[in-house]
Each structure stands twice: as C-alpha cells, then as structure tokens.
Design a protein around this ligand. Structure first.
Ligand SMILES: [Fe+2]
Length: 189
C-alpha cells in the first residue's frame, strides 16, 4: 500500500536527490518532511515493516528507487541490538517512529579519508532520539557511528532514508584501526 503521505515524501525526496547537488542542502530540505512523515507512519507501515529478528536488528524495505538513487527502510531494533561502527557513503535522514534510538558518534582524526587502515577514531557524543525525533548526516566527511538500543530499553522502530540503495557500507574495527566494505541485507516488502 502506498499512502498519500508516503507518495508525497518519496516524490519530494526523489526531486531533492536528483536536483540538489549539495548533500547538506538535501538533508536540510528533507528533515522537516521526515518530521511530517513520522506523524503519518500509521498510514503506510504494515506488519511486514515491523519484522524483527532475535539475532540482529532488522532492515525492512519500504521503498527503493528504480535508479538506485534513493531508498527508505523501516528498521526494527530489539533491546540490546546494535550496528557495527559504520559509515554510509551517502547522505541520510532518520526519523524515530517508536521507542528511543541511541546514536554514538565517532570522529575520524586521520586525514586520509580514502585509507582502509591506520584509521584513528575518537569517540564522540551520544544522541538519544525519542519518538518523533529526526536526525540526518552527510558524507562530508563520512559520518561514522554506532546505532542501536541498550538492553534495558524497549524496542525501537525508525525510518531511514538514504541517497542511494543502502546495500553496503564500511564497517570499522576500532581496535585494529581498519575498515572494510560489507554487504548489508534487508527484507523486501
Ligand atoms: Fe548509520
């Protein structure tokens, strides 16, 4: 089912993705639209978008553009589930539909952004994103973070819009100062 709210959001996001060359301008324009989309989540989120897995947080596809220039997922985080340390190589806009999503940031201190080794990361701040919160990021430089839900909190559900089909990302090993590109899976709608 495609609701009016979702269709309008996808149309606006597609226009931004194609017509706005600066990622920071793109997320600036789309963050308020995500704020509205959260309010209408009940008009398009269906049971399959709330699928979860005891072994990992779950990515449920809501929309993927035919040209791979845009994708939207509903992510379901059970208590204690976290991403690896990762970046996205894309801009993104995130809105929280249910629960509290926690984001712990890292800052890359080593200057060579293309290097896969000798990466020096410093821990940054923590964001607690409650229902209705919107956050965004741009790859200028890559936004590196860990996202999830501590074991003592309730399930969280969040909407994640990216400026490409998000089927791979860099994960970082802080101890060995390395990173590698991995494929990430999702459930089709
Ligand atoms: Fe992320």
């Amino acid at each position: 089912m495609t609701s009016t709210a979702l269709a309008a959001f996808i149309n606006a996001a597609s226009a931004c993705s194609h017509d706005v060359p600066e990622p920071a301008d793109c997320v600036l324009a789309l963050a308020p639209l995500m704020l509205d989309l959260i309010e209408h989540a009940g008009t398009f989120l269906e049971p399959q978008h709330f699928r979860s897995d005891a072994s990992s947080y779950t990515r449920n596809l809501v929309y993927n553009a035919p040209d791979a220039g845009l994708s939207l997922y509903a992510l379901v985080w059970l208590p204690g589930q976290w991403t690896p340390v990762h970046d996205h190589g894309s801009w993104g806009v995130v809105g929280v539909v249910e629960g509290v999503l926690e984001e712990r940031s890292y800052v890359r201190l080593s200057p060579d952004r293309s290097a896969d080794s000798d990466i020096e990361l410093a821990r940054g701040g923590t964001l607690l994103l409650g229902r209705g919160a919107v956050t965004s990021f741009v790859p200028n430089p890559d936004h590196i973070h860990v996202t999830g839900v501590p074991v003592n909190r309730e399930r969280a559900v969040s909407l994640h819009l990216y400026g490409r089909t998000m089927n791979s990302f860099n994960i970082y090993d802080v101890a060995t100062r390395t990173r590698q590109r991995i494929d990430v899976s999702h459930n089709e709608s």
